[in-house]
Design a protein around this ligand. Structure first.
Ligand SMILES: C[S@@+](CC[C@H](N)C(=O)[O-])C[C@H]1O[C@@H](n2cnc3c(N)ncnc32)[C@H](O)[C@@H]1O
Length: 252
């Protein structure tokens, strides 16, 4: 049987690697790398740094998986994601069938934690369901951007006994959830720009865990304009941005 490991590598700092993730890294015969183009070269560099630092006796192979083009402004978002996942499943299937021998272990290095806003598990489920290649899957949890944000700001995610609503910038822009604490990921800036500022305090972080980390916190009505400016500046300078923020309802 082939084995596929999904290794959570943390949200940007190689020190986020857990002992379990390092052991898994050293068990892999093949690393599957999804080729997303130059835009993510910083992210590829982190993965290379992790392999160089933590693999004791390098004997692994690297197999590139081409990433199908994604429609970034579809009329039907969920249908477009489904088509994209289907095309990715075919590419993953070809790589697992062609690059990994029976009895070998392959690995995907997954940003943050594999269970949070990452499609690798869902795509591997699709590959399994197609029935053309058999493999076992093991997930190694990682430190997500959500945990990195809370730690960087030295805050608890929840209020006492309270719930935490984790969502996307797209959903926040559509409708603000009725929750005390809202954590927002995958924002293109519209979520940050569009919620009722007078109702919330905000803890915002970009490039968490990296040397470029930026943090801002305060009453949203006072700091969101600054964050939007900072966000645009940093994004322009670096070519990409990854940010996460927590909204806490005032008086909640
Ligand atoms: C595709 S999701 C991946 C989430 C990842 N699986 C995790 O557990 O953090 C990408 C989103 O995660 C957040 N993110 C990931 N790394 C981050 C970082 N270093 N700083 C700030 N936000 C980050 C951003 O909201 C980004 O849009």
């Amino acid at each position: 049987m082939k084995t596929i490991l999904l290794i959570g590598i943390g949200a940007g700092n190689p020190d986020h690697m857990t002992a379990e993730a390092i052991a898994a890294l050293n068990a892999a015969d093949v690393f599957f790398v999804v080729d997303k183009g130059a835009r993510t070269s910083d992210l590829i560099r982190l993965r290379e740094e992790i392999c160089a630092r933590f693999i004791a006796a390098p004997r692994y192979r690297v197999a590139a998986i081409p990433d199908p083009k994604r429609d970034r402004a579809p009329a039907d978002y969920l249908a477009a994601v489904d088509t994209w996942h289907h095309e990715r499943a075919i590419a993953y299937e070809a790589a697992i069938a062609g690059e990994l021998k029976e009895g070998e272990t392959g690995a995907f290095l997954v940003w943050g934690d594999p269970a949070l806003y990452d499609s690798t598990l869902r795509i591997l489920d699709k590959v399994s369901a197609r029935g053309n290649v058999a493999f076992a899957v093991k997930v190694i949890p990682g430190i997500s951007a959500v945990q990195a944000l809370a730690a960087a700001h030295r805050i608890a995610l929840n209020t006492i006994g309270g719930a935490v609503h984790v969502t996307t910038g797209r959903r926040l822009a559509e409708k603000v959830p009725d929750a005390d604490t809202i954590v927002v990921m995958l924002d293109d800036g519209n979520g940050l720009a569009g919620f009722p500022r007078q109702d919330f305090d905000i803890h915002w972080g970009a490039y968490l865990g990296t040397p470029d980390e930026v943090l801002v916190a305060g009453p949203a009505a006072e700091v969101v304009e600054d964050i939007l400016r900072l966000r645009a500046d940093r994004r322009a300078a670096k070519g990409w941005i990854m940010d996460t923020f927590l909204l806490r309802r005032r008086g909640g």
